[in-house]
Structure formats: C-alpha cells, structure tokens
Ligand binder design. Structure first.
Ligand SMILES: [Cu+2]
Length: 266
C-alpha cells in the first residue's frame, strides 16, 4: 500500500523488504493511535478537579501491561519471524559463483570502482603500489590473470534475471553501497571483502517503460557519510538483457589495447 512511496522495486527480494517496511509502519501507526488515545484518557481521568486528594494506589487495571505484552509479541514476530530469516538469506544463501555475475566494487573517496574478471573469469591481483588515481585506481596488476580484467568508475552493468554477487570493499574509509531500487545496502569496509547478492528482475529499458520516465536510471548511492564530497558519490547501475550485457563487456574489453592504460570511463 505504501509502494508508491518507495523507489521502483527491481530485484527478486524487493517485495519482501517492502512488506516488512509496511508491517513495521502499520504497527507504529497502531501504537501511535492507541498509546496517544490512552495518554489523552489518563489526562482526563486523573485530572486535578476529579482527584482533589492524591491517590496512593493508582491504576488497578492490568490493561496497559496486557497491551505492552501484545506489542512485545508483535515486535518479536516481526524480528524473529521475518527480519532475521530475510537477513539470513542474504548472508548465508549466497548463490554459487558459477551461476552468477561476479563483480568487485572498490569504494573510495569519492567514487565506486567496478571491477570485472574479464574473459578468463579470474580476477587479477591488486597491488597498492600500482595504484594510480588517474589510470589505475584499483592497483590492478596487468601481468597474469589481470591482463583481461575490466574496470570502470561509477558504472555497474549487470544482466537481468541472474544472481549478481558483488564483493565489496573500500580503499580508504567506511562507505555504504546502496542500490535503492534493488533494496540493497551494505557497508564497504577497508580491509574486508563483503559479498552482497541480489537478482535484478527488470532491465533499465523495462523500468523506464514502467515508470514512464525515459531518463530513469538505477543509482548507486553512498549511504554512509564518508567525507566532504560524500554527496557526489553517485554511480549508476545499468541492467541489460544477457546479450546486451555480453556486448557491453566485449566493447569494454575492446579498449584493452597495448597502451597499458585503462583510461576509459564508461
Ligand atoms: Cu562514500
């Protein structure tokens, strides 16, 4: 019912998250009305005019205790019955890499470096001493498995209807990788590689049709205040059909000339 207030949903698990948010808000609405009414009732019932002498016994009804227990039970059901199982699926049921699109995302002040393993499907080595902010922000070693790796800045591309596993890390401070349409948000922490997974269910073309907005884009936001240009940490996710995705990868690979630089920003 509150769907219209959420960013357009475009992943397999988005509906579950939205239902949970709805349930929490409806519970809060009920609490607001019932506790508010109870508060007004007590103001009237125990007003000075009606109670000229202090009453040292006070309320004898157990109604508020019963109410508190019912609320605690409802919250327990939301937490143990819905939230924790949903979270467990995110962190424990990561699909196999063989059946997924596997990407690394390296956050930094103030951009998202997106790294694909290239044609061999194997990520190369990264060496901090090779890092060059202009030509090699991830410090990719082009010798060995890294020869065909592809990286972009602020441009994540994925095929539709296939699990995407994103190994998330950060070069400097804590960032938070947020794909609002995919209902994904995870901190990127220096020194840790954290897997995030989801299944995008609508291509960029489809979401543009659905929203009636020909310029609609899936955004990557940084959801953790990470420095003075935190606001500018805006990336884009493009969801393709499988064929379009392959064509995009091939195009990116075609820029891997003999120049030894990676100065493509697409
Ligand atoms: Cu950030």
């Amino acid at each position: 019912m509150m769907d219209a207030m959420f960013p357009a949903a475009a992943s397999e698990h988005a509906g579950e998250i939205d239902n949970m948010i709805d349930a929490v808000h409806y519970l809060m609405l009920v609490l607001f009305i019932v506790w508010g009414a109870f508060f007004l009732y007590t103001l009237m019932r125990f007003r000075a005019a009606r109670n000229p002498k202090a009453d040292y016994v006070g309320v004898k009804s157990k109604a508020s205790t019963v109410g508190e227990v019912l609320v605690a039970i409802a919250e327990g059901v939301l937490l143990l019955g819905f939230s924790i199982p949903m979270w467990a699926e995110r962190v424990d049921e990561i699909p196999s890499e063989a059946d997924s699109t596997v990407v690394r995302v390296v956050a930094q002040q103030f951009a998202w470096n997106v790294w694909y393993p290239g044609a061999d499907g194997v990520f190369g080595e990264a060496d901090p001493y090779l890092t060059d902010e202009a030509t090699n922000p991830i410090g990719l070693d082009r010798d060995g498995a890294g020869a065909d790796d592809i990286w972009t800045v602020n441009q994540l591309h994925l095929p539709v209807d296939k699990a995407a596993i994103i190994h998330l890390t950060s070069k400097d401070v804590i960032h938070s990788f947020n794909l609002p349409n995919m209902r994904i948000k995870q901190d990127a922490i220096p020194g840790l590689s954290i897997p995030v997974w989801f299944v995008p269910t609508k291509t960029t073309v489809q979401i543009r049709e659905e929203t009636g907005n020909p310029d609609y884009v899936y955004e990557i936001a940084c959801a953790q205040l990470c420095g003075n240009s935190h606001y500018s940490m805006r990336g884009f996710l493009t969801v393709h059909t499988e064929e379009e995705f392959q064509a995009w990868l091939d195009e990116e690979a075609s820029y891997l000339g003999d120049s030894g630089t990676d100065d493509f920003f697409n």
